[in-house]
Design a protein around this ligand. Sequence first.
Ligand code: GAL
Length: 670
Amino acid sequence: MAAAVSDRIATLSQGDGLVFGCDYNPEQWDRSVWPEDVRLMQEAGIGLVAINIFGWSSINPAHGVWDFSALDEIIEQLHAGGIRINLGTGTSSPAPWLTARHPEILPVGEDGTVFHPGGRQAYCPSSPLFRAYAAEVVTRVVERYGDHPAVSLWHVSNELGCHNALCYCDTSAEAFRTWLRARYDDDIAALNRAWGTTFWSQRYSSFDDVRPPAQVLSLRNPGQILDFQRFSSDEQLALYRAEAAILRERTDVPVTTNFMVTAHIRNLDYWTWTGDMDVIANDHYLDRRLEDPRGELSFAADLTRGLAEGAPWLLMETSTGAVNWQPYNLAKGPGEMVRNIAAHVARGADGICFFQWRASAQGAEKYHTALVPHAGEDSDQWREAVELGGLLGRLGEVAGTRVEADAALLFSWESWWAVENEGRPSEGVTYLGQVHAAHAALADAGITTDVVRPGAALDGYRLLIVPALHLISDEDAAAIARAVENGATALITFFSGIVDEEDRVRTGGYPGAFRELLGIRSEEFAPLLPGETVFLTDGTTGSVWTERLKTTDAVAVASFADGPSAGAPALTRRAAGEGAAWFVATQPDRIAYRDLVARLASDAGVTAHPGADRDVEIVRRSGDRGSFLFIINHGDSAVELAVTGHDLVTDAPATGRVPAGAVRIIKEDV
Ligand code: GAL
């Protein structure tokens, strides 16, 4: 039987602590730097190093030419230094000779633009040629290193689909048709029904005529776009599977790839990927373009844990400080890196790896921070990295424990795609905007939530939050209704339950899939302009959305006091079976949302962490090895909390005082 995930991750650590690792690109440095790197890695406690991620042009510099000498050497040096290896298959970016020889591999954008080599991921994901060459690279790498004792994890490609998820070339078009034939059982009438092609004379008589939804003069067919998203996610998964199969034939070492559960990547439905991963691994960078970057971090970490079905996971990449790919690459403030890392661990990460080890002196990422900055060892950044290594080394007992949560937030990539598909009621309704607002309300109220897929087992959760779950199947909607009947309290937010899996509106009044459960019937959407707010009769405000709904079997807890839906219910509640189903028809302001969620939680018997609020993040992990309370004070003033135990950050008895900006990880007295 395969080892439990927590054990698999634990074996990646250098000592007894949590895994501390990094991406390492020794090919960017002279060989004379390598021994120094290993020495510094040992000093910091680095246990796991990802190499060969972008190795293709180093190990296979020309057609038919293979040179593993540098990789052999670095693997030996790391091994001799007691450092484990997370070995990249090396296929993430084709070597220039390959695209020069086969330009037909290059990806094509929706306007027909061919994307040239010179960046990364310059390949069409469906290209059989690319896949064949990549398979040869993987095969050679695993044949050479598959039995090496230092190789502890296999890292397939890198951030699959980060840039090239949607390709519109002829090869992709053919692959899309093949995928559609399978989805619709070779029945073109079924495709026509699913896409509603009677509209605008789009009816197909043959699969041969179907193309990807490339740029057109008008709005496109939303059904076609949705299926293209599904297809594109499946193509990336196929790339992963092909490499994983080659590896698994030759090694028992766990295989994974780095997910991008983050705000700006939405093309991969990771719910469909998890079964193929031996360890769930995620890359996460603070996104300063967002209104609430650290709220997004907490959400992404909770979603990653959801992908791992509650088991520990690995943070495969993050940055020590600024990245270099946002318009304004802000440095992290004092203690911010540790707070970020503590939030990931609090929310289930059993290992923390950074991109990258040594800051590049050349190339597109030369201004991206790293564990060893350009300034070298004599720097606050390096000292902070060593200190972090010390902390992770003291957190070994946390490994394998589980995050405690009795609330669940339902999340779906298909809803993300459908909510933001073309021709929607309001561009102000973004899926993540609604999901983040709901997650922030829970966090502000001190409630830890799991993030689960629609269709997940919901028993055990007393509180369900269902934000903008636009596309939902009958079965998944029924599962939510059943959970409510059995005693859960559910909060369903506007634009949920509107369409079925084929993006077809459920007619008869919105929100079709939840009309009965909620006891409401809505006749018309009335979204708001950017910046516009409306008052509710309870004195709170809402933004983004209103709608003209009536209660059929629910109580109107608050109504719209003004705005386009004045007089209509804005917040409703229906008692159903042993539970209750609530609906909110606008985006409540942040305080009102927190208060609403807190009220529902207390009705549902969900206890909030005392002392938690918008600035003070509190999460508990527990298991056989004890109970660990994570307190992260993001605020400007110290807080006092009633806790007893041993603080693993200060390595001293917990005092309950958490200074401004500080982190406390308390092994609680039982
Ligand atoms: C990730 C990628 C790394 C590096 C990093 C920079 O997307 O996997 O190779 O580019 O971002 O933040």
